[in-house]
Ligand binder design. Structure first.
Ligand SMILES: Cc1cc2nc3c(=O)[nH]c(=O)nc-3n(C[C@H](O)[C@H](O)[C@H](O)COP(=O)(O)OP(=O)(O)OC[C@H]3O[C@@H](n4cnc5c(N)ncnc54)[C@H](O)[C@@H]3O)c2cc1C
Ligand SMILES: NC(=O)c1ccc[n+]([C@@H]2O[C@H](COP(=O)([O-])OP(=O)(O)OC[C@H]3O[C@@H](n4cnc5c(N)ncnc54)[C@H](O)[C@@H]3O)[C@@H](O)[C@H]2O)c1
Length: 455
């Protein structure tokens, strides 16, 4: 007999765990199913955002030349201590609630409103009128000879648990690829990045991309663009990456290779064929703007629905379902504007809204302000902390003075971008932001200066 609940959440992601807690506190009988006891709390705190940012922080503090295994191992210990504490805290946050049933095992659908959970020898059957899928995403592995995660060929999870490589080749110049490249270079590894684009960071304006590339080069990262990997191989001593560049074959040898080629929605184990849930072209669960799937009573949120893959968008998805289940059911994906992001290279690149190329392509009448951080006299904070590199750029609609977008690359930019995004959402224009009072010495002060230098 299946155990009956009010709602089942499959996967302990950011959105799902938050929703599970909220519904349980509202008196709902909730089950949350997580496939691995090493993943209570989800991807972010266990294998992604938090552990990588701990390592990035410690890499930035590394002062020395060459691969320093002892220093790296100490950083790894600190990461493991902190993530273990967070995992335990996340587990307790739900397990301590009387109306939450926590199950550890892999969930799959057996019918429109029922699942089974398989863990060890046990199989538990559950049913509920509402089922929320929050199973995240898994690394995309291209159909290239030798592209299997084993030995010296890594994804972002296994590389964090490997020895510090003396030589590292990163395939893919996106978020994970460039963050790991920047981090390992600062730990002392010799790092090459293979990027298939004609230039690195092609989604950014050229001046912004050039500044990031310059910082990566400073750290010792070599970026090879227009590179298309054709095969991978490895033996006991090294891995070899073969790639094509402008019709010529090249090879790189390394202790470790990272494949960072995007993440695919994780639906394979769910047996969605037992439901009316439909998948999109990229394998994502199709949802409407209220996060309802094509199957009555089944909802999905987080990375599994495709689109932006960030912890805070998963958290915001949770707000949509909370409003649907406990509120007015009005909140939806279209309410989401000016969503910022940060790539944690050193110094970090934070951005929001349109860049200059995008605004011009839309035919908008814009004014642009761009300044190198080193040239902003009224921004001493980066100099105080010893890293005055970077660039700040604002794109503003000429007639209305509304901020259309910004790219901030400097120390603390991951904080300042939230203020800019809030101003955009609240309709606070560029002049008001320019004339605001900010603390001193802070990185935010740059806004007083940069927003007074439009061309
Ligand atoms: C290296 C790296 C660094 C990142 N850094 C950042 C960052 O700095 N900031 C940021 O915002 N985002 C970052 N991200 C992205 C972020 O981690 C994800 O967008 C976010 O964790 C997605 O959360 P989610 O809610 O979709 O689910 P997840 O947190 O991915 O949770 C899904 C859970 O479901 C479980 N599961 C899957 N299938 C089943 C099943 N059948 N049965 C039971 N359980 C199942 C999984 O084990 C997992 O715990 C990073 C990603 C990577 C790879
Ligand atoms: N700081 C953060 O917020 C952060 C950090 C890391 C990851 N993430 C999230 O995790 C997701 C996954 O990260 P990621 O870096 O793996 O993905 P990504 O989408 O950021 O970058 C993947 C890169 O690989 C390239 N690529 C894809 N297939 C390829 C192929 N066959 N050959 C050559 N190049 C190929 C793409 O052009 C792209 O540049 C990101 O989209 C992001 O949302 C966020």
């Amino acid at each position: 007999m299946a155990r009956e609940l009010d709602v089942i959440v499959i996967g302990w992601g950011k959105g799902g765990k938050t929703l599970a807690g909220t519904l349980a506190r509202a008196g709902w009988r909730v089950a949350i199913v997580e496939q691995s006891e090493k993943m209570y709390g989800g991807t972010c705190i266990n294998i992604a955002c938090v552990p990588t940012k701990i390592l990035i922080h410690d890499a930035e503090q590394h002062r020395g030349n060459g691969a320093d295994a002892d220093y790296f191992n100490t950083a790894v210990e600190r990461r493991d201590e902190l993530t273990a504490k967070m995992r335990q805290k996340n587990f307790s946050m739900l397990d301590d609630l009387d109306s939450v049933l926590v199950l550890t095992g892999r969930a799959s659908f057996t019918g429109a409103h029922s699942i089974k959970v398989e863990g060890g020898d046990e199989v538990v059957e559950l049913s509920a009128p509402k089922i929320v899928v929050n199973t995240g995403a898994v690394p995309a592995i291209p159909p290239i000879k030798g592209a299997e995660i084993s030995g010296r060929i890594h994804d972002s999870t296994t590389l964090q648990h490997a020895e510090l490589p003396k030589k590292l080749v990163v395939v893919g110049g996106g978020y994970a690829g460039l963050e790991f490249a920047s981090m390992f270079a600062q730990f002392g590894s010799e790092v090459s990045v293979l990027d298939r684009g004609e230039r690195a960071l092609k989604q950014e304006d050229e001046d912004i991309a050039a500044e990031v590339v310059s910082a990566l080069n400073d750290a010792g990262v070599t970026i090879i663009t227009s590179a298309s990997v054709t095969s991978l191989s490895q033996d006991a001593h090294s891995a070899t990456v073969t790639y094509d560049r402008n019709g010529e074959e090249h090879q790189l040898h390394a202790d470790a290779v990272l494949l960072a080629l995007g993440r695919t929605p994780n639906t394979a184990p769910l047996k969605l064929e037992n439901t009316a849930v439909q998948l999109g072209d990229k394998g994502e669960i199709k949802v409407d703007k209220y996060l309802a799937t094509d199957a009555e009573g089944i909802y999905a949120l987080g990375d599994v629905i495709g689109g932006a893959q960030f912890t805070y968008t998963s958290l915001d998805d949770n707000r949509i379902l909370k409003d649907k289940f406990l509120g007015e059911g009005k909140r939806n994906l279209e309410d989401r504007v000016a969503v910022p992001s940060t790539m944690f290279v050193t110094p970090p690149l934070a951005r929001v809204g349109l860049n200059e190329d995008q605004a011009r392509a839309q035919g908008l009448d814009i004014k642009v302000a761009t300044k190198k951080v080193a040239d902003i006299a009224a921004m001493p904070r980066p100099k105080i902390v010893g890293d005055p590199r970077g660039i700040i750029k604002f794109v503003v609609e000429r007639k209305t003075d509304q901020i259309l977008g910004a790219a901030l690359m400097h120390v603390d930019s991951q904080e300042v971008i939230n203020l800019v995004a809030m101003a955009m959402r609240a309709g606070i224009n560029a002049s008001t932001l320019r004339d605001s009072i900010f603390t001193h010495p802070s990185s935010t002060e740059a806004l007083n200066d940069v927003l007074g230098s439009f061309k």
